[in-house]
Design a protein around this ligand. Structure first.
Ligand SMILES: [Zn+2]
Length: 410
């Protein structure tokens, strides 16, 4: 029971299993890329279930599914995404959508009248695995991106987002975009995707926001030369410089673990053959932190580390920013309401940061937004081994429902 409303854990978990089965391969993990055959099947099932609840269903310019029940001037929206990364798990995104569906069902069946309309949103291409950028559906609908840019994005097979959306049958009107009808509140239940809650034995995570991200493009330039005839001592080996740099950066990040996470995820070596000393190494560096100042400090340090190594190795070092995303703050009213609900339900909780991006960060631009995290066993995500215990799925549903009811009464 939450605020006098009856939860049916069995029905919720069965519905979750039903959605999980669409695109699931026990060897390869989830095969449900945005708007592919399986995603479209899952979306149709969602629309069918929402339809049988009597929800009014519309699609926006990004193909986001927006279903509403009830009456009221303002809306409390719940959302997440049904698309998955290739070979991902069952929980990322789908949990939030299925729990939202269940909240709509519970409210409908109870016959209680909320002061707000209640909406469920399934965002298109959250993952960005089929078309970049990620958070595409929420970005287009909230006005971060313009449709021309998004519709022309191409997948690996050259299929544009616009074509695939048209074919899927989910293309809707611009007038339905969320920027034109901003919900008052937006809530998203999601698995943590990291190990904090599981390790600390805490049941619910309440993100204060989403960390800032900066990406740099960097390079070491040396000299390509013969792998046999060039003595070791006179080489200007760009890869050797890169190797020292990668270790130096990792040491800095290890010393500041709680504050910053730095990743070098991509490197290209030139000319990239076994018998030539690498003359050029270009790579990306990505930093995430809840504190933008920590990213600025890291930027200075990356320059110092790179230039020092360049000096030692006879190389040239260059670095420039290629992408910056500001930190997102969630709404304090929503965050503290989620805390109150956890206390009422007797569930342990903690405030934390989300180190991963979510549609909630786009929704925070137009709605009072908050998220609810449940533990990911072993912190595994974007993997077929992603797992959250049934008990924690149900806890997440309870907190989501309780938060909707409390916000409605405020
Ligand atoms: Zn997700």
């Amino acid at each position: 029971m939450v605020e006098g409303l009856k939860i049916d854990p069995d029905r919720f978990l069965k519905t979750f299993d039903l959605f999980s089965s669409i695109g699931w391969d026990s060897e390869k993990g989830m095969q449900r890329l945005s708007l592919d055959e399986n995603d479209v099947r899952a979306r149709r099932l969602l629309v069918e279930m929402l339809g049988s609840l009597g929800a009014s269903i519309k699609y926006d310019e990004a193909g986001n599914i927006i279903a509403e029940i009830g009456e009221g001037r303002d809306t409390i929206a719940i959302g997440s995404h049904l698309d998955a990364v290739p070979g991902g798990g069952k929980y990322d995104g789908a949990l939030g959508v299925v729990a939202g569906l269940e909240v709509l069902r519970i409210v409908r069946e109870s016959g209680i009248r909320l002061k707000h309309k209640l909406a469920l949103i399934d965002f298109t291409n959250e993952e960005g695995s089929r078309w970049t950028p990620s958070l595409m559906g929420s970005g287009l609908s909230t006005g971060v991106y313009d449709p021309g840019y998004i519709y022309s994005r191409k997948d690996r097979d050259g299929v544009s987002f616009g074509e695939a959306l048209e074919r899927s049958g989910f293309k809707g009107e611009r007038t339905n975009n969320l920027a034109n009808n901003p919900p008052k509140y937006y809530l998203e239940l999601h698995i943590e995707q990291g190990p904090e809650l599981d390790t600390e034995g805490i049941k619910i995570g309440i993100p204060m926001g989403i960390v800032a991200i900066t990406v740099w493009e960097a390079s070491f330039k040396g000299e390509s030369n013969h792998a046999g005839t060039t003595p070791m001592s006179v080489r200007r080996d760009a890869l050797a410089g890169f190797a020292k740099f990668a270790i130096g950066v990792r040491e800095h990040a290890l010393k500041n673990q709680g504050l910053i996470r730095i990743t070098i995820g991509k490197i290209n070596i030139h000319p990239g053959v076994h018998n030539v000393v690498p003359g050029f190494a270009s790579f990306t560096v990505e930093a995430r932190s809840p504190d933008p100042k920590a990213i600025e400090r890291a930027e200075k340090l990356l320059k110092i580390i790179g230039e020092t190594i360049a000096e030692e190795e006879g190389l040239e070092f260059e670095i420039k920013r290629s992408f910056t995303l500001d930190r997102t703050y969630f709404n304090e009213e929503v965050v503290s309401t989620i805390e109150t609900v956890c206390r009422d339900l007797g569930l342990s909780y903690k405030r934390m940061w989300s180190w991963a991006g979510h549609d909630a960060q786009n929704m925070a631009r137009i709605s009072k937004t908050g998220m609810i995290f449940v533990p990911s066993v072993g912190g595994k995500s974007h993997s077929k081994d992603e797992y959250t215990k049934d008990e924690d799925l149900v806890n997440g549903l309870k907190v989501l429902l309780g938060t909707v009811i409390r916000l409605d009464r405020m």
